[in-house]
Design a protein around this ligand. Structure first.
Ligand SMILES: [Zn+2]
Length: 166
């Protein structure tokens, strides 16, 4: 096994997500801030809904969280940390869960030859205001602070600080 990867600070993750406009660098699909789906599920429960929901699962499996299985936004090392890639902004990119998984399982040589997305010159252009639903997270999280995970609490702080500094 290689060196274990130090966690990327959430402040840095947020600045990468925003720089990339919450779009996967590899496949060009919009990504979603995963923890918001858990809060949406929580809202459904509070509203009295008891049916099985496939909104959130921490492992983002297709059967129990199909949206996250595809589009959970993660921060990807362009050059893998295990081969010397740094936790620097230039080496970090927004990726969807699918591309991140493919990259992990592909041989490095194979993936290294893959081109990053080209900007789409579509009739309507690229989304300028997509936020991965992180804005919804900021609204829903404080409704029940006790029920938040430690990670959620840190994210809320990071988002709130980032909003205040705008
Ligand atoms: Zn992707």
């Amino acid at each position: 096994m290689g060196k274990s990867r130090p966690p990327i600070p959430k402040e840095l993750q947020l600045s990468i997500f925003r720089r990339d406009r919450w779009i996967c660098l590899w496949c060009n699909r919009p990504v979603i801030f995963g923890p918001v789906l858990r809060l949406l599920e929580r809202e459904m429960r509070k509203a009295g809904r008891t049916e099985p929901l496939a909104y959130f699962n921490a492992h983002a499996t297709r059967d129990s969280a199909p949206l996250l299985d595809e589009l959970w936004g993660v921060i990807d090392h362009v050059e893998a940390f295990s081969t010397g890639g740094a936790n620097s902004e230039e080496n970090l990119a927004t990726a969807c869960n699918k591309c991140n998984g493919r990259k992990s399982s592909a041989s490095l040589k194979k993936w290294g030859g893959r081109e990053m997305r080209k900007p789409i010159k579509g009739k309507y252009g690229e989304p300028q205001h997509w936020d991965g639903l992180s804005g919804v997270f900021v609204i829903l999280a404080p409704r029940d602070p006790v029920g938040l995970t430690a990670s959620d609490k840190t994210w809320l702080k990071v988002f709130t600080t980032a909003i205040e500094s705008l």
